[in-house]
Each structure stands twice: as C-alpha cells, then as structure tokens.
Design a protein around this ligand. Structure first.
Ligand code: CTP
Length: 479
C-alpha cells in the first residue's frame, strides 16, 4: 500500500474543528468530500460550500455542529434526501449520511440505503469528486482516494468510479457535468466515459431544464466555452438541448458558392468574447447571435447566399429558446434579444462611419452600446490577416465616433427635449396624432444631425413642424 497522504492544511476553516468535535460527541466518522477537496488540490480559489459525509445521520450531525458553533446557526433539514445544511462564516456546509444508492430508470430520485464511506464514494460522479479527507481526531486530514482521483487530477482526466454506463444512467445529469468539468478545468473525458455519454444521451430527457441550464451557464462561463460545446456536439447531447445551434452546422455549396459553417463560427465568437467579458448574458448573446441564420438561409444566382432578416428572426427565436429551457423571461432575456437584433448594425456602419449612423446606433443600443461593440468585435473571425486588421480598425473608428457623438449630442437614453404636453400647450390642441408626428420629427432631426439635441433648437423645430401640419401657435404665446 502506498503512503497515506495528508491534507490538513486544507482544513484551516474553523468549522472543520467543530465538525470533528461534534462527530466525536456523537461517535461518528465524518469526512469532507467532493468539490472542496478537488478545488483545494487544484488551487481553485476559496470554496463557498463544503460537503460533509458522515457514517450515520447527516441531520443529527448538523444539529450537533450548530449547537457547538458560537451563534447556533439555523439548520435547514431536507427530510426527503436525508440531508441538512447550515451557514457559518460565509460558507455553506451540507451534511449527508453515507449512502448506497440505486436509481429508478425513469427518475433521478434515488432509493437510498445507509452505507459505508466506500459505498458513498462508489456512487459519486467522478474520481476527482470522490476524494475525501478524514475529520476524525486520530487521522485528521488523511486522504481517502480509492479510485486514483489524485492521479486523474494530475493527468487532467474525467473518469467515473464505476462503469460509466452505470454512473451516467444512474444520474444522466452527470453527462453534462462531465462536459462542464472538461470545459471548466480543461480536462479530457476518458474514452470509455465519452462513449458511454454518446450511448446514454437519450437519458438526458429525464433531467429538468433548470439543472441543464445550470450546467450550460457553467460551460459558457469557462475560459474556452467551445471545449464544452464541441463535446456536447460530439456526444450527440446538443440536439436535445440547443437544436438551434445544430441547425447552423454545415456548409452548403451551390454553383461553386459556399457560405461559412455558422456553428463553428459561433463557437469561435463565443471563445473570442470570453477573452473580453465574464458577463454570462453577453456570452449567451454571442452563442445565439446567428441562430436566425438557419431559417433565413437562401441562395440566389445574383447575390449568392443571404440570411435576410436573420437578426429579427433570431431575436424571436431567443424568446422561444429561453421559454423552452425555462430560463427567466426577464430583462436578461430582453438584453440577449437586443444584442441578437442589433448584432449586425456596427458591422454595417463600419464600412462608412457617418455621424448620423453612429447617433442612430447609440440611440438604439442605449446603455448597451459597449456590450454591442464587444459582441461585434468578437464576431470578426476572418482568417485573412488584412481583413482582420481592417475590420478591427474600422471598429476603432466607430468607437471613437461614439465617444465624440456622445459628448456632443448626448443620445444615450434619449429624452425628447420637448414634451408632448408642451406641444399641446403651444398649439392649443388636445391629445392627437399630430403630437406623435411632431415628436418623431424632432427625434429624427436630432439623429440626422439637422438640429442639436437641445431645448431651444427643438422648440424652434417644433414650431416649424407644427405649422407645416397646419397648426397655429396659441394666441397668448405668439410674439
Ligand atoms: N455529485 C454526484 N453526482 C451529481 C452531483 C454531485 O456524484 N450529479 C457529488 C460529487 O461528489 C460532487 C458533490 O456531489 O463533488 C457535490 O456536488 P456539487 O456541489 O453539485 O458540485 P461540486 O463538485 O462541488 O462542484 P461545483 O461546485 O463546481 O458545482
């Protein structure tokens, strides 16, 4: 037997000493297990949650720990799962009794029996997540690694403790977790495991959308999200989750004219944007910015391949996709829709940067102009170095113009300089269509640069427009 490794330096948080004492009081063996141990060894920042497994009742242990802690934190008990949770010093501690589990075919809710530590480790998802450190007084910090998890951490491998077909079929969410960890940690999924995911892919159907989305978020937030999405595609899981992306795959050729593969292009855009932003929803925007291209793809002899209106169609698809995946239909979704809808605008104006086009861009993008520019810059995936440079330079000019126009015209969050009430008062009219017409004309004149975005200029323009519409300035206001 190889020498026992000890990691007590991982256990400096004061809660561990308390768990040790509580376990001794109840004569239980307890261990810290899973992500906490994995992330300590990988030196992945400070943990926000700790998983404790005890050979006995997790609920009893949690209650004893709470009793010993200075302010006796509330213990939240999840009876159906036999688990309990408490929060102390900014950390969530979850307690569970060691289990032997078997799963029913049609559900991820297991039938649970009490078990040993080894039973519990057997039923975990990956060798790197089955690492446990003892919290007993006699061997505090000793590592229990029955499946070579430390070696897998070193060689960057995702492997299941049991036959992967059993592990994945027991809980199909683990297929996504494997891919998520591969993407997050830049690990490889071991061959048999990868094959088992392809084989069991259909079982993903029993997993709730919320849990799938949680993994998708984590893939999207990894340094290079394409790693995860390529694995989802390779294993055949992607069509179950995001068929809109699969529809972008492939290159058509008609009369020698080809368009680019928009699936791989999309993944490049997502990787590009991930170098510049950690904003989850901006990354989602990059992922979905071209989804409207599949249903709008046309070929004509005159112009070749076109995707007319794909931004508009794509924005509508965002709503359906969010709804299907039970994602929030709130301002986050609206943001993604806006990004998709506007995703071609800066590119279009980059060829000829006029002040009025920039004013319109800023007007339409409002507070999200920065994000939109970030998306469009990420969208440059040409392999032609000359063009790459040219496009980036053009965007630099657009950005510069945005600053200039902003300083001069204050278009962002545009407020009409003349109100509807003032128009009514000036011409002594009741609410009517003319008011909207005048307001719109003032806005247009500002965006076109005919007048400056100031009260006096707008007031004079209002009088002019009103008179053109046959309105007369109220008597008492005439000069
Ligand atoms: N686990 C599992 N199967 C799952 C989910 C979790 O076996 N489907 C086990 C793993 O041992 C995992 C532990 O439960 O390490 C805790 O799960 P969780 O908190 O979801 O993940 P972490 O591994 O802690 O990773 P992260 O915090 O990055 O999600």
């Amino acid at each position: 037997m190889s020498e026992v490794k000890n990691y007590k330096e991982a256990l400096t948080h004061s809660v561990f000493k308390t768990i040790t004492q509580a376990s001794a009081n109840l004569q239980l063996e307890s261990y810290v297990i899973g992500g906490f141990v994995r992330d300590h060894i990988l030196q992945r920042g400070t943990a926000k949650d700790i998983d404790i497994v005890t050979i006995g009742s997790g609920i009893e242990l949690a209650k004893e720990v709470s009793k010993l802690l200075p302010n006796n934190p509330k213990v939240q008990v999840f009876k159906t799962y036999g688990t309990a949770m408490l929060k102390t010093e900014g950390i969530e501690v979850e307690f569970v009794g060691a289990r032997k589990e078997s799963y029913r075919e049609d559900s991820r809710n297991p039938i649970v029996e009490n078990g040993t530590l080894q039973d519990d480790q057997d039923r975990r998802d990956f060798t790197i997540n089955a690492l446990a450190l003892s919290l007993s007084k006699s061997d505090f910090g000793n590592l229990l690694d029955p499946f070579g998890g430390i070696d897998d951490l070193k060689s960057k491998i995702i492997r299941t403790p049991l036959d992967p077909n059993i592990t994945y079929s027991d809980d199909p969410l683990r297929m996504m977790r494997a891919i998520r960890f591969a993407s997050q940690l830049n690990f490889k999924i071991e061959k048999e495991s990868l094959e088992a995911i392809s084989k069991n892919k259909d079982r993903i159907k029993i997993i709730t959308k919320e849990r799938i989305v949680e993994e998708l978020h984590k893939i999207l937030l990894s340094d290079k999200p394409s790693v995860g999405f390529l694995l989802l595609e390779k294993t055949g899981l992607l069509p179950y989750i995001l068929p809109e992306l699969i529809a972008l795959k492939g290159i058509d050729e008609v009369e020698g004219q080809r368009h680019k593969d928009n699936f791989y292009h999309t993944l490049e855009v997502v990787d590009n944007i991930s170098e510049n932003t950690d904003d989850l929803w901006l990354r989602w925007s990059a992922l979905l910015h071209d989804i409207g291209k599949a249903p709008t793809k046309r070929f004509s002899k005159k112009v070749g391949w076109t995707f007319h209106g794909h931004e508009f169609v794509g924005a509508k698809m965002v709503f359906k996709l969010f709804k299907r995946l039970k994602m929030p239909l709130n301002d986050k979704m609206k943001f993604v829709q806006k990004m998709v809808l506007m995703s071609s605008r800066p590119i279009v104006i980059a060829s000829e940067v006029t002040d009025s086009a920039v004013r319109r861009l800023v007007f339409d993008a409002g507070d999200y102009i920065e994000e939109l520019m970030t998306l469009c810059e990420a969208d440059i995936t040409t392999k032609n170095p000359k063009r790459f440079k040219k496009y980036h330079n053009n965007f630099k000019i657009v950005r510069q113009k945005i600053v200039e126009v902003e300083e001069r015209d204050h278009i962002r969050n545009f407020q009409p300089p003349v109100s509807g009430e003032e128009i009514m008062e000036t011409f002594n009219i009741k609410p009517s269509r003319e008011i909207g017409t005048i307001k719109e004309a003032i806005k247009e004149a500002i965006l076109e640069g005919e007048i400056v975005n100031e009260y006096k200029a707008a007031y004079e323009y209002m009088i002019k427009k009103g008179e053109e519409l046959g309105l007369k300035v109220a008597k008492h206001l005439r000069i």
